[in-house]
Design a protein around this ligand. Structure first.
Ligand code: COA
Ligand code: NAD
Length: 701
């Protein structure tokens, strides 16, 4: 018989039920069964008068076992039965919290008669982040303790609340001192009142004030905006409302119904995929955890422009000192000025203390002298995107950098191996591709060159985590993963306009799909001058990037930076406004080409935009430029504002049915060919997609 992950022992008159199921004591079937058995054992143990439930290792129970959700069929006993047993037994039960008491873990704690915690413990009901809601009585019991407003806020945000605040709200009864939850629980048990020990289900303090209140409708209206298109947040409100309109047991039944509706929804499948994909990106088959990252104490950044400045901020925000090098003092002064202005903005908003801003600025040492880079453990180059300039810089770095220093490039489009060839140490060269604004965007593409050493990869991934990025390892190809896909997406947006959609309609369809911004607004943000530059280079090489329509746009229209692009912008306002001048240019282009504009539905536009990403994603996957389809999804969610509840482009394709997606892609390819439109050449169906569909596979694996 396998050993139960839950054990029982006794200290004086207190029975101790310890959940020991690393890494996070998730409520697998074995843990639920163990809790059932050990709590029952405690209830019948004649020598104890109270029980404590505590977690072994780094945390209390951090939630339901999400892996079990995917497998389907959660198995007996149900969490609600375990909670009912705890709550309705003959002895008081104390939950002793440390680490994170989340989801089902907090629901177990809410079923206990008392909750105590170490000061650093966090509590929360983050199910909404997985597209579901608390299904173990959390919506009903928490409402009874803290009322509707706090319950809705906690459940629809999924926020983690520190123990002292949770105590002030009435969720936790006592926050002790130190780091030992059991010691706190035992001393609490020693002074336990005689009872009766009220069951949470019988408590009323949270209910009275909010019965019949408008808080539910207000929450629904506000979530309709802030969580547009999302299924679970609205169901969370419905479940909480049930606590105020139904008796406890009926409320539980309603909560379960709503939970099952969420579980059956594609959004839950998408978000659960994202949870695991985000953790899987750290796993690199030939760079196992046994590979020790190099120590990074001093960083240098080359180039104090748009990217270099933001990159430097990332490091000093994490307390890592940076030497910032640029060509001359004027460039450095400009760069440092922008950094200081950025921090000052955060201080003005009250989000950063002046002293902290000063400390961070003092960690940046501006320099024009390469000799100052000699002690850097990691050097990130962010100079002009020009192969000759980069070649010169890397040759110089090879002369001054100490042995073992990592030489990273932030290039967006250049060949990393060619850059590495300028040094005598290509194993130490890697790409660290940040996204603009570099101090804000969470994504970091870590680009592996053909010679990059495993410990250099491990270091770049670890440093990325240290500075708060989500790092994804990608291969060295034009555009890497994110930009390689987006160039076809942006091209497709133009093709749609050429065929008859308006710019606003295309962007609106992207927004309706859930993207943070449409492709034309994105172009204006990136800069139409930059895009024209890349188009010229790619077209000269016989590659696709945009269409002749983009050549027609007045070169003076650079995008947001000068208030005129595909849209026009009022001074100081980033809202894209339709521009008749651009519309007239499009009309003229169509007329010249003899195109009669046709109408499009949002759905058709959405499919063409997203499937252009999917088809290229499949090619990237097959070439091994991304390790997993989930890695591509994470790139899109953290780098391109792709809605997590759609799962990322690759998961979206799986949920849409790979066969359906392939059928559409094949049709788009045929349409482009029939129209003699070489700009739609990327619709050539990815061989991987064809193979998976032919084999009847439902996913990318
Ligand atoms: N079920 C199954 N596995 C879980 C899990 C859960 N509820 N929570 C975490 N894990 C796994 C992770 O997949 C990871 O596995 P891996 O090492 O094989 O990649 C491991 O536990 C550690 O998790 P990680 O997130 O890397 O650790 P962390 O210390 O950064 O964060 C938590 C810990 C608990 C805060 C975080 O994992 C979390 O938010 N978990 C989800 C909590 C939740 O949503 N609970 C409600 C579920 S209904
Ligand atoms: P930028 O023009 O804003 O800044 C470049 C800086 O490098 C300038 O301050 C310039 O003075 C300095 N510089 C030029 N040559 C130098 C040299 N030899 N030594 C030291 N400093 C030198 O450019 P940017 O937008 O910050 O781009 C920098 C790099 O980041 C490029 O490789 C670009 O492709 C990449 N990138 C840019 C973005 C973006 O959105 N801007 C996104 C990701 C990656």
């Amino acid at each position: 018989m396998t050993q139960s992950p839950v054990r029982y022992d006794r200290q004086g008159a207190v029975g101790i039920v310890t959940v020991d199921s690393p890494p996070v004591n998730a409520l697998s079937q074995a843990v639920r069964q163990g809790l059932w058995d050990r709590v029952t054992e405690g209830f019948i143990d004649p020598d104890v008068t109270a029980l404590v439930i505590v977690g072994a290792g780094r945390t209390f129970i951090a939630g339901a076992d999400i892996a079990e959700f995917i497998k389907g069929g959660m198995g007996e006993p149900d969490l609600n039965d375990v909670n009912d047993l705890i709550e309705s037994g003959p002895k008081p039960v104390i939950a002793a919290l440390h680490g994170t008491a989340l989801g089902g873990g907090l629901e177990v704690a809410l079923s206990c008669h008392y909750r105590v915690a170490v000061p650093k413990a966090l509590v929360g009901l983050p199910e909404v982040k997985l597209g579901i809601l608390p299904g173990g009585g959390g919506t009903q019991r928490l409402s009874r303790l803290v009322g509707a407003k706090t319950t809705i806020e906690m459940i629809t945000s999924g926020a983690f609340i520190p123990a002292p605040k949770a105590q002030a709200l009435g969720i936790i009864d006592h926050v002790g001192e130190g780091a030992d939850p059991l010691a706190i629980a035992l001393s609490f048990a020693a002074s336990l009142p005689a009872g009766p020990h009220k069951r949470t289900r019988d408590r009323e303090e949270g209910l009275a004030a909010d019965r019949g209140s408008s808080v539910f409708d207000e929450a629904r209206a506000s979530l309709a905006k802030s969580a547009r298109n999302q299924f679970a947040p609205q169901r969370c409100v419905d479940a909480v409302e049930a606590a105020f309109t139904l008796p406890f047991d009926e409320g539980l039944t309603r909560e379960r119904e709503l939970f099952m509706q969420c579980m059956a929804h594609d959004q839950a499948k998408a978000l659960i995929h994202v949870f695991f994909a985000e953790r899987a990106v750290t796993k690199i088959p030939d760079v196992p955890p046994s590979v020790t990252p190099r120590k990074i104490g001093q960083v240098a950044v080359l180039g104090s422009g748009t990217m270099g400045g933001g990159i430097a901020m990332n490091f000093v925000n994490a307390g890592i000192p940076v030497r910032l090098l640029d060509l001359d003092q004027a460039a450095l002064d400009r760069g440092m000025g922008v950094i200081a202005k950025n921090y000052a903005g955060t201080v003005a908003k009250g989000k950063l203390a002046q002293a902290e801003m000063d400390k961070r600025l003092s960690l940046i040492q501006p320099t024009t002298d390469y000799a100052d880079l000699a002690d850097a453990d990691l050097i990130v180059e962010a100079v002009f995107e020009d192969a000759d300039v980069k070649a010169k810089v890397f040759r110089r770095l090879d002369e001054v950098a100490k042995q073992g220093a990592i030489l990273a490039s932030n290039t967006s489009t250049l060949d990393l191996d060619a850059i590495a060839a300028n040094t005598g140490r290509p194993a130490d060269v890697i790409g660290m591709h940040f996204f603009s604004p570099a101090n804000v965007m969470k994504l970091l593409e870590v680009v592996r060159g053909k010679d990059t050493a495993p410990d250099v990869i491990a270091t770049a991934m670890a440093v990325g985590k240290q500075i708060g990025k989500v790092s994804v390892l990608v291969g060295n190809c034009d555009g890497f993963v994110g930009n390689r896909m987006v160039q076809y997406y942006a091209t497709e947006a133009q093709r749609l306009v050429i065929e008859g959609a308006s710019i606003e309609q295309v962007d609106q369809a992207a927004l309706e799909f859930g993207l943070a911004m449409g492709p034309f607004a994105m172009g204006d943000l990136a800069g139409l001058d930059v895009m024209a530059f890349i188009r010229a280079r790619r077209v000269a090489a016989g590659l696709i990037y945009g269409t002749p329509l983009s050549d027609r746009i007045d070169p003076a229209r650079k995008g947001q930076k000068n208030g005129r692009g595909w849209y026009r912008y009022e001074p100081g306002n980033r809202t894209p406004l339709p521009d008749p001048e651009v519309a007239a240019m499009i009309d003229a282009y169509r007329a010249e080409r003899g195109i009669t504009p046709r109408t499009f539905s949002s759905e058709e536009i959405g499919k063409r935009l997203i499937y252009s990403l999917v088809n290229e994603g499949a090619k990237i996957l097959e070439e091994g430029m991304a390790l997993r389809a989930g890695d591509i999804d994470i790139v899109y969610i953290y780098g391109y504002g792709f809605p997590a509840w759609r799962g990322g482009p690759m998961k979206f394709a799986e949920l849409s049915g790979l066969d359906n997606v392939l059928a559409d892609i094949t049709r788009y390819h045929a349409d482009a060919a029939a129209a003699g439109d070489a700009d739609g050449g990327y619709w050539e169906p990815a061989p991987l997609l064809k193979r998976l569909v032919a084999e009847g596979k439902k996913g990318f694996g």
